[in-house]
Design a protein around this ligand. Structure first.
Ligand SMILES: [Zn+2]
Length: 242
């Protein structure tokens, strides 16, 4: 379960796409890696946590860990609600330090976050949001809390159900919160940058996921979990995963 990274030095020297360097996923969004030609790279991953979690779910399916896939997709959806709430508050010009302080009151309880999401969504779009169905919520709880071992197809279907909740909302956000999403992405990258030096001069790495919540352009094509799995399996065929 690794993330494909590109060595920019190889790319510039050889001017052709190189085999990816596979690195372990990091909670910090910071990556240090060395390519087979000995170039050392530092990178900040541009994607939000929810996208990383969704990608981990995809890897888990290809690796045969279906419970872990369901858990990662479920976490991805929860982090999407957080993304919506924080982008919405940025759009409303709420001071980021106030948001940080308020978030601490809901950070430990996903039900509170879901409640905030439902009401902010309703206020923004004048309609109730589409949520995960009751049967899918029950399935998630059985996997996470009761040790249910899902089949591969059940894990794929659950991932698709999460995608079907996120996609239409992400589309609406692209129009409604365009500037706030760009600003939020910059804040995300900047928060990991720190002072630059010869030893610490990270590049920004973009590793698109099926969600692409922060970089959708007009005419963005949505792909299914099945499409994504086919692509991932092909990617894994490019060079051995070290
Ligand atoms: Zn290199």
């Amino acid at each position: 379960m690794k993330l494909p990274m590109t060595c920019f030095e190889c790319f510039h020297e050889l001017n052709t796409p190189q085999y990816p360097v596979w690195v372990e996923y990091q909670d910090s969004h910071l990556y240090e890696f060395e390519c087979p030609n000995g170039h050392k790279s530092h990178a900040i991953l541009q994607q939000q946590k929810l996208e990383v979690l969704f990608s981990i779910g995809m890897h888990a399916i290809t690796d045969g860990y279906y419970r872990e896939a369901v858990a990662s997709f479920a976490s991805s959806l929860e982090r999407f609600y957080e993304f919506f709430i924080k982008v919405k508050l940025l759009h409303e010009k709420i001071d980021s330090s106030a948001v940080t302080k308020s978030w601490k009151n809901v950070a430990q309880q996903s039900e509170r976050q879901l409640g905030a999401f439902i009401l902010f969504y309703t206020q923004t779009f004048n309609e109730e949001p589409l949520l995960l169905s009751q049967s899918n919520t029950k399935f998630r709880n059985a996997v996470i809390h009761k040790g249910l071992i899902p089949t591969k197809q059940e894990a794929i279907d659950f991932g698709q159900a999460v995608l079907d909740v996120i996609n239409p909302i992400a589309e609406k956000m692209t129009t409604k919160f365009k500037d706030a999403i760009i600003e939020f992405t910059f804040m995300h990258i900047y928060s990991y940058s720190g002072p630059r030096s010869a030893e610490w001069n990270p590049s920004t790495m973009n590793s698109p996921s099926l969600l692409n919540v922060s970089s959708r352009n007009p005419g963005y094509v949505q792909h299914t979990v099945a499409d994504g799995l086919e692509h991932l399996i092909k990617m894994k065929g490019f060079g051995a995963i070290r």
